[in-house]
Design a protein around this ligand. Structure first.
Ligand code: HDE
Length: 746
């Protein structure tokens, strides 16, 4: 028919003009000079990236940047539309055959809305499902320039980053404060392409070879029959695995230590775990281990706090991170490297650098700072950023390369592979949060969720049709030509991998008696949760090979005999830097609860509040009821304030029990007092048990007496609130008052 013919003609005309346009710019093609086709063509400067191939900024512009109010959500404009932009009159009623009739299949709006909703969820990560992301900036000190040519490590270079902290075992909705390893993954959007530093808060790993990863994870995840316990290692299959694979003992003792229950993501170290190889401008190589050092020091929760928080505030770490960012107390970390000569033997001070169950004590190789990370922006949309971010160990710019660590080698495969099912196809790097800020000019094409409209006709190399582009670059990524020894193809580890206990013992001996107490309690708790006697006995055998005191104490707790070691106890030098106790740290960003009595000296309480704020900490007023006290807003009531939220408390008064109070029910601890509100006594009790400093002045001193804690370590009184707070600040430098609980281990 006529219209069809006309359409065909139009298509043909368009095709001809596109073809003309292409041939006109291709050297060597008909109609342009020279007429002869060279194959391959001489590379020339790459064309600038096409519009759709550019790298959009993943940052959502702030109000300050655009001059407009910051976009609060993804919706644009005043009217609700369908996904295809058609305005809607009604979204609350489905189309029905009469007001009481059945819904009609033709209701395209109903179907679009429900269908999209039905597919809102994507699979959670197979490990590290529970996580929290935020944006920040990395600034290089320039101190790594001699060992790497990576541009983002050149002096004063600023690089956008996205960080995701996580637990390993729990599901996406599990509690933050469980005993577990924490993920510390950082995506640097460098000018030379992304760099993903996918680390943990523990410097060693459970296994030496990636092939065992499914085994350790199957063992640590909930039991397959009843799917319990959630986000816990305190169960039979976990301890079955780690007692059989004794290479896991080193990582496990870190988990049983205070490192397994961090106070905050802001007070957590990070480690790249593996040894990496850096390459400098001259091509010289160096082996390094990456470390993140938090500015606020390394602090942990107490085990009771961690357990309480799982119920009181399962989002504790996420809330803490986002509250700190929103309060302007931006979390800061220094990136550092331990540097080892790349001599070929891949060992340092007798430690095999390819064994991921071994670390190098900082006393032997100090951590040298190379840059600073400041986290300063929460995600605009949690799903788009924290859920869809995809890390991959193999994402690294020129200047950084891998080693033969067999755990690292397996990870190089796993991280791309897992995104294929988690994010639904091979184009996940086009998702905004994953897009590099460097221009992308790849020859990857098509596939599910392809968002680029690639121009050109020759996504292959060499080609003559797209001007020979893209060409390879002299300064591109370098795979260091490490000599691979002539060796049999074999399923076997080097002999050094057989030492499972010396560094486990080193860690134990590096702990203060207080920390050793915590480790003993953790092993005893976890093993008490196991049903199988044989598993407990086997783990006790492993403990005997670490240290007799540790083994004896746990055996006593379990009511089992103490086995004799089956290997000689390693003669190791402790590493004091591994201990969290005994150092002094900055106190900014801490949370201080101020208990105020509305009938007492409210002015004094408000004055101290100003002083606390001025010291860079967050003061929270705690009063019997919500609303205002003395013209200031009450932030926590006696019904909601629990010790877990505060680093210290100040008692600015002695609130009497309210006449209409329900003391027996509200007190929780059941303590009765005629003079002080029992809920305040519970708060003081808990803070004391959690080794927190407590200060009081004026009437507040009565509370200390009623609670029976006066004169004990870390309980401060003075004439004024300012004087009390001054002493509390000093105590906070050490984080907790462990002197309250003399350690029992010798
Ligand atoms: Fe991972 N790991 N891992 N891992 N890992 C994943 O990748 C894997 C290991 C780490 O916030 C997965 O995207 C294998 C060590 C972090 O998105 C998966 C092995 C270290 C995160 C995967 C290891 C890590 C992951 C799951 C043994 C510390 C969270 C979802 C060879 C250096 C990243 C995903 C985020 C996530 C595999 C061991 C850190 C399945 C096979 C060692 C921080 O690909």
């Amino acid at each position: 028919s006529k219209p069809v013919k006309a359409a065909k003609k139009a298509v043909k005309a368009a095709a001809t003009s596109v073809a003309d346009a292409v041939t006109a710019q291709v050297p060597g093609s008909p109609g342009s000079a020279p007429a002869t086709l060279e194959e391959p063509t001489t590379p020339r400067e790459p064309l600038p990236p096409k519009k759709e191939q550019g790298a959009p900024d993943t940052r959502t512009p702030t109000g300050a940047e655009t001059g407009l109010p910051a976009p609060a959500n993804g919706q644009q404009g005043a009217y609700l539309t369908t996904a295809t932009g058609v305005r809607l009159r009604d979204t609350d009623h489905s189309l029905k055959a009469g007001p009481r009739g059945p819904s009609l299949l033709q209701d395209h709006h109903l179907r679009e809305k429900i269908t999209h909703f039905d597919h809102e969820r994507i699979p959670e990560r197979v490990v590290h499902a529970r996580g929290t992301g935020a944006h920040g900036t990395f600034t290089a000190y320039g101190t790594a320039e001699s060992v790497t040519k990576a541009g983002f490590l050149k002096k004063n270079t600023e690089t956008d980053v996205f960080v995701r902290f996580s637990t390993v075992l729990g599901s996406r909705g599990s509690a933050d404060t469980v005993r577990d390893t924490r993920g510390f993954a950082v995506k640097f959007y460098t000018d030379e392409g992304n760099f993903d530093l996918v680390g943990n808060n523990i410097p060693v790993f459970f296994i030496q070879d990636a092939i065992k990863f499914p085994d350790i994870i199957h063992a640590a995840k909930p039991h397959p029959d009843r799917e319990i316990p959630q986000a816990q290692s305190a169960h039979d299959t976990f301890w079955d695995f780690v007692s059989l694979h004794t290479e896991a003992q080193h990582h496990t003792i870190w988990n049983m230590s205070d490192r397994g229950i961090p106070r905050s993501y802001r007070t957590m170290e990070g480690f790249g775990v593996h040894t990496f190889r850096l390459v400098n401008d001259a091509g010289a190589t160096t082996l390094v281990k990456f470390h993140w050092k938090p500015k606020l020091g390394v602090h942990s929760l107490t085990w009771e706090e961690a357990q309480l928080l799982s119920g009181l505030d399962p989002d504790f770490h996420r809330r803490d991170l986002y509250d700190a960012i929103e309060a302007g107390a931006f979390p800061e970390y220094e990136l550092g490297i331990q540097v080892f000569p790349d001599t070929g033997e891949e060992a340092f001070a007798g430690i095999d650098l390819l064994d991921p169950t071994k670390m190098v004590p900082e006393e032997l190789a100090p951590v040298q700072p190379i840059g600073k990370l400041v986290i300063d922006r929460t995600p605009t949309n949690f799903f788009a950023e924290s859920e869809q971010v995809a890390f991959h160990l193999g994402t690294m710019p020129p200047g950084i390369d891998v080693t033969n660590d067999p755990l690292l080698q397996g990870r190089l495969f796993s991280y791309v592979d897992t995104q294929l099912s988690r994010l639904g196809g091979p184009n996940y790097n086009q998702i905004p949060i994953n897009r590099p800020h460097a221009p992308v000019n790849d020859m990857l094409r098509d596939g599910f969720h392809q968002h680029a409209v690639h121009g050109g006709v020759a996504p292959y190399r060499p080609n003559s049709l797209d001007g020979g582009n893209p060409s390879t670059a002299e300064d591109g990524f370098v795979d260091v030509p490490v000599i691979v020894a002539e060796a049999p193809k074999i399923r076997q580890n080097p002999a050094s991998f057989d030492d499972h206990y010396s560094q486990t013992r080193l860690f134990w001996l590096s702990m203060t008696p207080t920390e050793q107490e915590h480790i003993i309690s953790a092993y005893t708790f976890e093993l008490s949760k196991c049903y199988e006697q044989a598993i407990k006995e086997r783990q006790l055998q492993a403990l005997a090979n670490i240290d007799p005191v540790l083994c004896r104490q746990v055996a006593t707790g379990l009511g089992l005999p103490e086995p004799k070691p089956t290997v000689p106890l390693a003669d190791v030098t402790p590493s004091p830097t591994l201990s969290q106790i005994g150092h002094t740290w900055p106190t900014d960003g801490r949370t201080i609860g101020i208990v105020v009595d509305p009938d007492g000296d409210v002015d004094a309480a408000l004055k101290v509040r100003e002083v606390v704020f001025g010291a860079g900490m967050t003061p929270l007023l705690i009063a019997p009821h919500g609303g205002m006290v003395g013209g200031a807003p009450v932030q926590r009531t006696f019904a909601t304030a629990r010790s877990v939220e505060f680093d210290a408390i100040l008692l600015a008064g002695a609130p009497v029990p309210a006449p209409d109070a329900r003391p027996a029910r509200d007190a929780k601890a059941g303590r009765a007092s005629a003079t002080v509100d029992p809920r305040v006594l519970l708060l003081v009790d808990e803070c004391w048990r959690h080794a927190k400093s407590i200060g009081a002045w004026g009437d507040g001193v009565t509370v200390l007496q009623e609670a029976g804690v006066s004169g004990t370590p870390g309980v401060v009184t003075a004439n004024s609130g300012e004087a009390v707070f001054g002493e509390i600040q000093v105590l906070l430098g050490a984080h907790r008052v462990w002197e309250r609980f003399p350690a029992l281990v010798a």
